[in-house]
Design a protein around this ligand. Sequence first.
Ligand SMILES: [Zn+2]
Length: 377
Amino acid sequence: MAVKYEFIKQCKQSGARLGRVHTPHGIIETPTFMPVGTQATVKTMSPEELKAMDAHIILSNTYHLFLRPGHDIVKRAGGLHKFMNWDRPILTDSGGFQVFSLSEMRKITEEGVHFRSHLNGDKLFLSPEVAMEIQNALGPDIMMAFDECPPYPAEYEYVKQSTERTSRWAERCLKAHARPDDQALFAIVQGGMHKDLRIQSAKDLTSMDFPGYAIGGLSVGEPKHLMYDVLDYTVPILPADKPRYLMGVGSPDALIEGSIRGIDMFDCVLPTRIARNGTTMTSNGRLVIRNAKYAEDFGPLDPNCSCYTCQNYSRAYIRHLLKADETFGIRLTTYHNLHFLLQLMRDVRQAIMEDRLLDFRDSFFATYGLNDNDKGF
Ligand SMILES: [Zn+2]
């Protein structure tokens, strides 16, 4: 078995669980946040910097690496770890989500998805078998089954057909997976916002005995209370001895609420994407560093942060760099935002250890502030 989940303890106050995921490239302490390295790089960060902020695992995107440079080149380079010089665990998604969100002229059939590359219009095809071939070539520790992520909102009948197909595709992925001894294949529970479809999806997939389970199709524009409802009735169906991964979620409130509901792993482009626009997450809430009021603010981004950026640079300097389009400014905000979420997860793990995650949530939001909208961060 490529990946093994070790349960450490459950928080008596919240029900969240503390654990470890053992992989061929090391141990992931959970609950954990995975920085996203779409094109075999976490934008602007070196592997050394990611290690300095103690990222245990990163995520990379099958769709992007399939289009460019191509999985054969990555394989010939010795696999993704070697290609990008990252020797800790890697998870790759299946390409499904990007096919549905980025590519043009998609046509979904039972066999797979025909689409055009968003880069050059090339006609391409992804199926469960192709997604496995690509991820077997890339060589991540954890790979994801090829699924369809239905849009939100979507008609019940469409979501039903799509979810049933995702289960059939999961079975084909299991069969096509060529390296089960050193790569763990996780299945993805779909079903939109429909309770019966979510439960059916979770039951179908758990009967196939995957080494881990993700919950997909959330954080796609629905109000957060709907996402939490789905977690409330889906997570309990998933096996307790396997890792649980909530896909595409990375706002501080959702990381805490997801942990409380028994999620072990999260990923999201949010911290890196907003960093490039000059938006940062701080212990006092969201801070837009480009604002004029920071022009002569010589204090750190977040006085409560121990990261490289906050220990060495001022708000005024970072604002100046971003205004002047200097890439170092983006590096500094990216470093801080990733460190902020990784520190948040360290705090979450400590709070679980000490049976006080609900208290931690309340004190975190007392200074972070509540969202100004349901989908915000
Ligand atoms: Zn910082």
